[in-house]
Structure formats: structure tokens, C-alpha cells
Design a protein. Structure first.
Lengths: 316, 140
């Protein structure tokens, strides 16, 4: 009787974050090929969408922002822009890829230099013009891939592994706290994912079961700094105010079929703040967990069905 | 003294008259035929319209017959549905009588029953093993 290959993990760095792949049911050679497929695909995504590379397609586009110039866009840049535009519409404007200017004004470490930015973003969605047939785009203000780019990268990387026939019996792909799972983990069952304690505790606040799909978290646990005005600020900017949002929240986690949309919804719900997050998450039918400023964990009915354990069990 | 004309001219006159009559008859016949042809031509659209109207009447009769059949079938269905509805109504009435009996019996039962305390869930003191953790992301 042949023995089933164990889970094999690889770790590296990409998109400014730790990158990790766990394969199940693949031999070592195939697992290594899967890892190469992931890293190659994510490198392609970074070449197209990185705000930190001057020669990326996104940086070249941003340099023309507001000039009225049409710029050729590769498939990934086009996908990012269209998905961002749609996310802005679906989230009622809470997700907005143009907040990059506000982030830099608040003192976040700057990427590639951007052209002059408008004082106010406005709520209209006319910042993007597309000519899909000729693959040309035009933007009126610089845009960022933050809040959706990592999810798209995970989506495309998983697709490249699947196309190479290397999914095995299970796959877990993680990039800086956002993750995607397919198949089953080593030993069967569903993937068990911990939700990090934003206060820094060693134990997770909850453990959730994910059979297939993605999980993303928006949190203020990292990327906090002191602004030029001396205020303590974080990177989750509310487009309506231009200031850090998410009053009374420390972190929001969303489980969804697609990693890009899990990322979009976690950010959108975070910006809803404690007053409206519950209603908004339930209305959209999202599986969401959130941690308020006092450390309390809350979840939607859809999330409860996926929750295997919470800190409340520990208290019992 | 002139000699009397011979009677031989008479047949010539008769032949000429006969020819003239035959020619007139042929002319009248030809004019009559032309008139008939023109009349027939004038009446053709009218005849066509009458034919169309006849065909439409036949089709309308077929449609009425078909609708009449459908109405009959629907009427039969309605009758059977009415019968079924009456049966359901009777069953509901019987069920209502049973509910009334049960309610009467339930009125004598205690309003609450004290059960021994039992743990509702099995508590994991520590978090179960996980394959990954989701959390803050971004440039470290």
C-alpha cells in the first residue's frame, strides 16, 4: 500500500509580506514545482501592480494620472482597475483605490513618487476610463493596489498552480495574513484557521473552519505611525474623510469564496466602524468576525456556522 | 329601248347581304367577348377577397372549437380541484378538533418542568490546532 505524501510547506517573501505555500498530497518534486509556479506568478503580479517599483505598469500609469493620456494596460493592471472600480461601487464608496495620496500625506512610507494629488477625492467614479478593446486606460488620479492587490495575487497564483495540475489533494496559500485554501488539509477535514489577537496574544481569538475559499483580515495591529501633525494614525483610510477610519474597531476578518473580495469586504466593514458593522455585514450575508477596541469578539450568523472555537470557550 | 336587267343580280345582292350580316355578327361577338374579359378581370380582386374571408372564417371556427375544448378541460380541472379543496377543508376541520382536544389536555399539564443541569457544550480550554493564522497584513 503506497503511503500518501505528507504536507509540504515553503516560505518566502513577496509583496512586502511573508509568503507561504502548503501542499498536500504532492511528492517533493511536484510540491517544489507548485512553489515555483506560485512565486513566478506573484512576481508577474508585482511587475504589473507594485506601487513600490518604478517600472511597474501601475507606477507608469500613475505617472500619467490627470494628464488625459491613454496608457497601455496589461491584463493584470486592467483586472485591478476594473475590480477596484467595481469594489468602489459595491462598497458604496468605502473602498477607494485613490486614498494612496492621503496615506502619503499622513506620512506613510511613500512608494514611487506620484504626480500632484487633489485635495479632495470626490465620490464619483469617473477617475477611470477604459478602452478594453485596445487595452488602454486613463486615470484622473493616482491609484493604489492596496486592499485588493494581494487578494488578486493569491487568486492568480492559485490558478497557475491549478493549471499546472499541481493542486494535489489540498493547498494553502498565505500572503501576509490573507490566505486561500483548496481541497483538504493533511489528515482530512476542513482547514482550521486562527484569527490573530490584534492585541498581540499568543493564542488566536477564534478558530474557523474553511472548506474552500479565502480569508482576509484588515487590522490596525501593524502599519500604525505618528503623522506629521503628531496624531497616531493607521493605514485604513476612510475616503469620505481622508482620515483613518474604523472607529472602535481593532480588526475585521472576512471569509469569502474569492481572496480579492474577502480583502475588499474586510476593509469595507472595518471602515463601517462599531456602530454599523454588524448591520452591514449581516445585510450583505458576509461571514465576518470583528474585534472591538475593548478586545471583545463579535461575529455574524454566517460566521457562526464556520466558527470552530472562540475565546469564549476558553473562558468557559 | 333598254333591255331589262337580268335576274342574275339577285343572288349577288343576297350574298352581299349575308356577308354583311355575318361580319356584323362576328364584330358583335368579338365586342361581347372583350367586355366579358374586362368584367372578369374587374371581379378578380373581389373573388379573392371572398375566398380569403371564407378561409379566415374556417380558421376562426377551428380556434373557437379549440378554445371550447380548453374551456371544457379547465372546467373539469376546476371541478376536481373544488372536490379536493372540500376534502382538505374536511381534514382541516378534523385536525382543528384534534388540536382542541390536545389543548384541553395540555391545560392540565404543569407550565414548566425542572430538568437536571447539564453542560450545553463541550468546552475546549485551549484553541484547537490550526494550519494558518489570519491577521494584520502589510509592510512590516
Amino acid at each position: 500500500m503506497s503511503r500518501r505524501p505528507p504536507a509540504i510547506s515553503f516560505a518566502g517573501r513577496a509583496m512586502g509580506s511573508p509568503l507561504r505555500l502548503t501542499t498536500v498530497g504532492l511528492g517533493r518534486a511536484d510540491a517544489r514545482r507548485a512553489w515555483q509556479a506560485v512565486t513566478s506568478d506573484i512576481e508577474l503580479t508585482e511587475q504589473s501592480l507594485s506601487r513600490w517599483r518604478a517600472d511597474s505598469a501601475l507606477s507608469r500609469l500613475n505617472m500619467t494620472a490627470g494628464s488625459g493620456e491613454w496608457v497601455p494596460a496589461d491584463a493584470r493592471l486592467l483586472a485591478l482597475l476594473v475590480a477596484s472600480w467595481r469594489a468602489q461601487r459595491m462598497s458604496g464608496g468605502r473602498f477607494d483605490p485613490r486614498v494612496v495620496g492621503r496615506l502619503e500625506a499622513l506620512g506613510e512610507e511613500a512608494g514611487v513618487a506620484l504626480p500632484p494629488l487633489p485635495d479632495e477625492l470626490g465620490s464619483d467614479r469617473s477617475w477611470l476610463a477604459c478602452d478594453p478593446r485596445r487595452r488602454l486606460v486613463r486615470v484622473s488620479t493616482p491609484v493604489d493596489s492596496g486592499g485588493i492587490g494581494k487578494g488578486l495575487a493569491l487568486r492568480w497564483a492559485a490558478t497557475s498552480v491549478r493549471r499546472a495540475g499541481l493542486l494535489g489533494s489540498g493547498l494553502l496559500l498565505e500572503a501576509g495574513g490573507d490566505l486561500l485554501v483548496r481541497g483538504v488539509p493533511d489528515g482530512g477535514g476542513t482547514w482550521q484557521i486562527g484569527i490573530e489577537d490584534p492585541a498581540g496574544g499568543d493564542e488566536p481569538l477564534a478558530v474557523i473552519s474553511v472548506a474552500r475559499g479565502a480569508v482576509a483580515t484588515s487590522s490596525t495591529a501593524v502599519r500604525q505611525w505618528t503623522s506629521p501633525d503628531g496624531d497616531r494614525v493607521h493605514h485604513l483610510i476612510d475616503p469620505s474623510t481622508g482620515q483613518p477610519g474604523g472607529d472602535g474597531l481593532q480588526a475585521v476578518t472576512v471569509a469569502a469564496p474569492d481572496p480579492a473580495w474577502a480583502e475588499v469586504w474586510s476593509k469595507t466593514l472595518f471602515l463601517a466602524g462599531t456602530r454599523t458593522i454588524g448591520g452591514e455585514a449581516r445585510r450583505r450575508g458576509l461571514a465576518a468576525w470583528w474585534v472591538e477596541a475593548d478586545g471583545s469578539l463579535h461575529l455574524t450568523p454566517a460566521a457562526r456556522q464556520q466558527t470552530a472555537w472562540t475565546v469564549a470557550n476558553r473562558a468557559a | 329601248m333598254a333591255a331589262p336587267r337580268p335576274l342574275l343580280h339577285l343572288p349577288i345582292y343576297a350574298a352581299a347581304c349575308t356577308g354583311l350580316y355575318a361580319g356584323s355578327l362576328a364584330l358583335v361577338t368579338m365586342l361581347q367577348a372583350q367586355h366579358n374579359a374586362a368584367l372578369t378581370l374587374d371581379q378578380t380582386p373581389l373573388i379573392d377577397a371572398v375566398s380569403r374571408a371564407q378561409a379566415e372564417r374556417v380558421a376562426a371556427e377551428d380556434a373557437v372549437r379549440s378554445a371550447s375544448g380548453a374551456l371544457g378541460a379547465a372546467s373539469d380541472h376546476y371541478a376536481s380541484a373544488t372536490a379536493l379543496s372540500a376534502q382538505v377543508d374536511e381534514a382541516m376541520a378534523a385536525f382543528a378538533r384534534q388540536v382542541a382536544q390536545v389543548t384541553g389536555v395540555a391545560a392540565h399539564l404543569p407550565s414548566s418542568v425542572k430538568l437536571p443541569t447539564a453542560p450545553g457544550t463541550v468546552a475546549h480550554v485551549t484553541a484547537p490546532a490550526t494550519q494558518a493564522t489570519t491577521g494584520a497584513s502589510g509592510k512590516p
